[in-house]
Design a protein around this ligand. Sequence first.
Ligand SMILES: [Zn+2]
Length: 302
Amino acid sequence: MAYRRTLRRDVGCTGIGLHTGRLTRLHLCPAPAEHGVRFRRVDVGVEIPASLENLAHLDHATTLQHQGVTVSTVEHLLAALRALGVDDVLIEIDGPEIPILDGSAAPFVILIHEAGLKPLPAVRQYLKVLEPVEVVRGGKSARLSPSDHFRVSYTIGFDHPLLRHQAIECRVAGDSFAEEIAPARTFGFLRDVELLRRAGLALGGSLDNAIVIGETGVLNNKLRFEDEFVRHKVLDAIGDLALLGHPVVGHLEAQRAGHALHAALAQKLILTPQAWTLVTHPQLPLAGGALAPTGALEPQTT
Ligand SMILES: [Zn+2]
């Protein structure tokens, strides 16, 4: 059994948004048990819970909306919080987009480590997959099936000589996430940059916060991993599945997927009640699928 966790203290940073190009100030603040992960747009005074119901759109980034107010490019921060085991946190932001920083989740991992983690007096519940659920669109697919732990098998393939095929198979836990997945950066094709800009997107994009793939190679000096592209897809998937509100215990298999398919899979899972249950221990489902009790228990010291 594990306890929910929050941050030990406030931490923050400033940076520009990938799509808006706007400079914003981000603050991660400790929160009480069962608060969940919530964004607060301090410039307009609206809170936006990080949940599937608040998904607004998924064009090139994950955007949440509540009471007509949006916050976008949330996926890398949500992935870091989820993978490092932060259940309850208030994310203050003074603009519409989370800073892209270096295009990966590594700066968020550093921030969370800087803040430290604090256990809360409530038991963490995991969302355990009991039956396979799958979404297929054209040649793309995403599937969750039962497993004793969260693991990911991801395959990408693009119509580009550099990226015809990349695949990864990994078990995602705190340390392995920080080292193997978090540093993988956002990527895009040079041929798409002009189109994105004309659509008012990628206005803050540069070689400092994205890998840009030209006709013959990457425009950046070097990659952080040979298969950095597929690792970044795993990062995006973790961030999108974080909108389920519980750590997932299951096997995610994705082929040529992206934000839209990750979210569609999460939505289909929630709408298939027999396919999942909430458990307090990943390896032991509760009899009858009843919800686990929370609260009234002392936190562990680790
Ligand atoms: Zn991403």
